[in-house]
Design a protein around this ligand. Structure first.
Ligand SMILES: CCCCCCCC/C=C\CC(=O)SCCNC(=O)CCNC(=O)[C@H](O)C(C)(C)COP(=O)(O)OP(=O)(O)OC[C@H]1O[C@@H](n2cnc3c(N)ncnc32)[C@H](O)[C@@H]1OP(=O)(O)O
Length: 288
């Protein structure tokens, strides 16, 4: 099966959930959670996550982000830079209120499918992607960054996959995206320790590609990255990227519903709820 068809293929159950109008934002005037602009000099799309205060990733944000990715695919953009509109935070990862306390099962199922969909669209996009990590990027924030092809980060922020200390086990598609950036041993160390790295440490192990001091530099470094493809036919580039990434994506596409069930069962376990609850409390108490 050709890859773009594969990307569109999903189980009947999954597509019922993804297409259902349930959990739709109700207010037409609701603030956009994802802003898109185009850099007039380079023709590159800049996609800014805009869910204040910390871009925690909710079902509504995932849905909106997937809509944006579909638009960029159909517009055949030259490239995309993913960044944050929040001060000091790229994304704080999954919205913990989607996981705790004891989430509504239907909503969690839909939330998880839209998280998968976000990863499939970002990791499998045909156009080049850069994450401009302009703030902290723990957990799901790091997942977004490692799904892009190139990572540029401001100094003095933290990035990593801190799920294990929070009692959460990352699914294989997250683990494999990390292994597509880091050697297996480094990926394992990062995941099992759950340690968040500062910008310099992340650069030293190859988790990020460039450190920049401001947005202007980030745009310039992104442009250098995008221009490496200027002489490569777009279709050949896209198919080559997808060839490299297709095994991981196909695996998830075939297993979406089970993956969602697995995580629903895990999240509903009283022990998991207890750990996430005390983690969330400590996050709130930090500022008291
Ligand atoms: C079993 C099923 C799940 C399996 C998952 C596997 C897949 C792996 C992928 C992802 C998992 C996750 O993403 S879980 C989420 C993990 N996220 C974190 O651990 C980050 C927590 N947040 C922080 O460390 C900090 O907030 C920050 C460094 C990101 C920013 O710090 P700052 O000081 O600027 O801001 P505050 O801490 O004051 O936060 C402001 C406000 O937001 C609330 N907040 C923060 N993060 C989240 C979040 N992820 N979800 C919901 N709410 C969040 C925080 O509590 C503050 O609220 P109050 O103003 O009410 O205090």
């Amino acid at each position: 099966m050709n890859f773009s068809r594969l990307l569109k293929t999903t189980s009947a159950l999954t597509s019922r959930w993804l297409c259902s109008g349930r959990f739709q934002s109700t207010s037409a005037a609701a603030q956009k959670l994802v802003d898109v602009s185009v850099d007039s000099k380079t023709g590159v799309s800049i996609v800014s996550l805009n869910r204040k205060p910390v871009n925690s990733l909710s079902l509504e944000l995932f849905k909106e982000f997937c809509g944006v990715m579909d638009d960029l695919e159909s517009e055949k953009v030259r490239g995309m830079i993913l960044k944050s509109s929040c001060d000091n935070v790229f994304s704080s990862g999954l919205d913990i209120t989607e996981l705790y306390p004891h989430p509504d099962e239907d909503r969690f199922h839909a939330f998880w499918l839209w998280f998968q969909e976000t990863w499939i669209k970002l990791y499998g996009s045909s156009f080049p992607t850069v994450a401009f990590i302009n703030g902290h990027a723990p957990a799901g924030g790091c997942v977004l960054a490692i799904s892009c092809e190139y990572r540029i980060m401001l100094p003095y922020y933290k990035i990593g996959l801190n799920e294990a200390p929070v009692g959460i086990v990352a699914p294989d598609w997250v683990v494999n995206s990390l292994k597509s950036v880091l050697a297996s041993r480094k990926a394992e160390q990062l995941l099992t320790s759950g340690r968040l790295l500062d910008t310099q440490e992340a650069f030293d192990i190859g988790l990020i590609d460039k450190i920049v001091n401001n947005e202007e530099e980030a745009l310039a470094r992104s442009e250098e990255f995008f221009s490496t493809f200027d002489n490569v036919p777009k279709l050949a580039r896209a198919l080559t990227k997808q060839q490299v990434r297709k095994n991981e994506i196909s695996k998830l596409i075939k297993n979406r519903s089970n993956d969602a069930k697995l995580f629903l069962n895990h999240i509903l376990r009283p022990e998991t709820q207890k750990i996430i609850g005390s983690y969330f409390k400590s996050l709130k108490d930090r500022k008291k």
